[in-house]
Design a protein around this ligand. Structure first.
Ligand code: CMC
Length: 352
């Protein structure tokens, strides 16, 4: 093999590092799962159907969907020792508890079902870590209904149906940082729990999934368009990042953000905070050509659905894990250890 002393762009920006059949962004800037535009299927299919599509590369029929839904409920039960770990960590950040609990779960198989049984436990861990309501009293309906109950204690089909939309938007996004971390770990032939742990650790960073819990910290405090302008101007003047803006792939518009914005305008247009958010999107675009991303409108959307801020990133994780399942399987099916090179620029010929 000829080694080329050629440096890839910083952050691997704009570099294709492998092929995937799971998801992409098409030429019109739309996110596509297995050939279907997400914003179109989100209106017509359930979370379970889309998760099944990602993992098994085809849409399920009604019977398969019901079985899949049942499988996710049945496999959500946590082993006693994980319950003890969660109790010992009570009060800590839910993402830290989720990551630690997942790393403690052992999964012997590497097939779809073994991976899915791990994914099915994510909401149950979040429920317990967040001191949520009794899981045995959760509705036995859809993934979203149960998950909404786990976080709010409410059996509310309408809000659960709205939660489902953001879960679908968050489910998969090709080689984003957490998925790439998962694939690096999977490429060493480490087991699924190790790979999910890598992914969870990576998702937490504020440049990735952690952005969604940062958004409300400023958005709720901005009471007028003047205040929005001042906040944006000050943040940019200090050369700080505006959380919920910008994206590595979507430089003009994030289709997921636009989809969630559409729902906000449909269901919550009377709220001042929604009008201020839309103004902020326009103003940031005018000032810096940065588009609002899914975390900007996603955070506000979850807030208006009555979900506590401590759950925003866990919501992302409990959904994205289905994309991770698909990527673990894909990495295994055609594996090559991911091990790039670093161009050495350190000192040379040092003597003791
Ligand atoms: N606020 C202020 N300036 C920004 C922002 C932002 N949010 N995002 C990018 N820029 C500026 C950046 O400083 C740079 O400016 P200049 O050319 O003057 O130096 C220019 O825009 C290009 O940015 P970049 O950092 O090269 O873009 P990137 O592709 O490396 O970064 C990003 C993508 C998501 C890390 C970045 O936009 C960011 O930090 N955003 C805020 C955090 C955030 O909202 N993350 C969630 C991403 S979407 C969901 C997910 O993946 O989890």
């Amino acid at each position: 093999m000829k080694l080329m002393e050629e440096l890839a762009p910083k952050g691997l920006q704009g570099v294709y590092v492998d092929k995937t059949e799971i998801a992409t962004t098409d030429s019109t800037g739309n996110l596509v799962y297995r050939g279907y535009r997400v914003v179109e299927i989100a209106d017509r299919l359930s979370f379970e159907e889309i998760a099944y599509l990602l993992v098994y590369s085809r849409l399920p029929n009604r019977e398969e969907t019901d079985e899949f839904r049942k499988f996710l409920i049945e496999n959500s039960k946590l082993p006693g020792y994980v319950v003890k770990i969660i109790s010992a960590m009570k009060g800590m950040n839910i993402m830290d508890i989720l990551r630690t609990s997942v790393s403690a779960l052992t999964v012997s198989g590497r097939d779809e079902k073994s991976l899915l049984s791990l994914a099915a436990k994510f909401p149950a861990i979040v429920n317990l870590a967040g001191d949520g309501p009794d899981p045995d009293k959760a509705p036995t309906g859809s993934f979203s209904e149960r998950f909404y109950y786990f976080m709010t204690g409410r059996d509310d089909q309408k809000n659960a149906g709205l939660l489902e939309k953001i879960l679908i938007m968050y489910m998969e996004h090709e080689f984003n940082a957490s998925t790439f971390a998962l694939r690096v770990t999977a490429s060493t032939l480490a087991d699924p729990a190790c790979a999910f742990t890598s992914a969870l650790a990576t998702l937490k960073g504020p440049l990735h999934g952690g952005a969604n819990s940062e958004v409300l910290k400023f958005l709720l405090g901005l009471k007028s368009q003047d205040e929005v302008r001042r906040y944006v101007d000050d943040t940019l003047a200090k050369k700080e990042k505006l959380m919920g803006f910008g994206h590595r792939v979507y430089k003009d518009r994030d289709p997921r953000a636009q989809y969630i914005k559409g729902l906000l305008l449909r269901y919550f247009s009377d709220r001042e905070v929604v009008r201020n958010a839309v103004f902020m999107e326009e103003y940031v675009w005018e000032k810096k050509n940065l588009a609002a991303n899914v975390d900007f409108y996603g955070a506000l959307y979850m807030y208006l659905l009555g979900i506590d801020e401590k759950y925003y990133l866990p919501v992302f994780a409990c959904s994205r894990v289905f994309g991770w399942v698909a990527h673990y399987i894909e990495q295994q099916s055609n594996n090559k250890l991911i091990r790039p090179l670093a161009l050495y620029t350190g000192k040379k010929d040092q003597k003791i």
